[in-house]
Design a protein around this ligand. Sequence first.
Ligand code: SF4
Length: 189
Amino acid sequence: MDCDVTDCERCPALVDSRSRIVNGVGPADADLLFVGEGPGEHEDEHGEPFVGRSGDVLDEGLRSAGLARADVRLTNCVRCRPPDNRDPRASELGNCRGHLRTELAAVDPVLVVALGKVPAEHLLGREVPVTSAAGAVHEADLDTARRVLVCVHPAATLYDRSQAETFESALVTAADYAGDGGQSTFGDF
Ligand code: SF4
């Protein structure tokens, strides 16, 4: 896809720790764009967002909500794996923001789904108590006004089963937006 990043060295620490740049995957005109924090070990190895256990949880949640992985687009706030799986630094999030904005503009999704605290706060530009805010749709100024659904990270359900229902419920909300193209819910910000 045109918005794929093939050569970028803006984050020296991430350039050192990555095996490759992990670009988004999925339809170029997807209704739903899921945004994670950044590549982990498996994503770095396979070159695709949300593989491994988190990916399995996401795939299962999507299926339960009537969606398939192939129907949605998956990407990350930063495209290169941070060392020791640390959170991306503010400077790195800022460095990669342009790549994310380019992808957002190209895909033009009906709904952006922020998977976890880092993407939720990055996209909304403020602190977000993800567990209590999960399932809510907010407006974010991302070059244009975009709907952003806050969702817990799929990995959170592995360590806290009480998060599973919150996660699955948020995906059902996402599926509703995909199903009607967002028309019936426009103005619900
Ligand atoms: S994380 Fe993004 S901005 Fe930083 S080096 Fe990788 S592609 Fe470039």
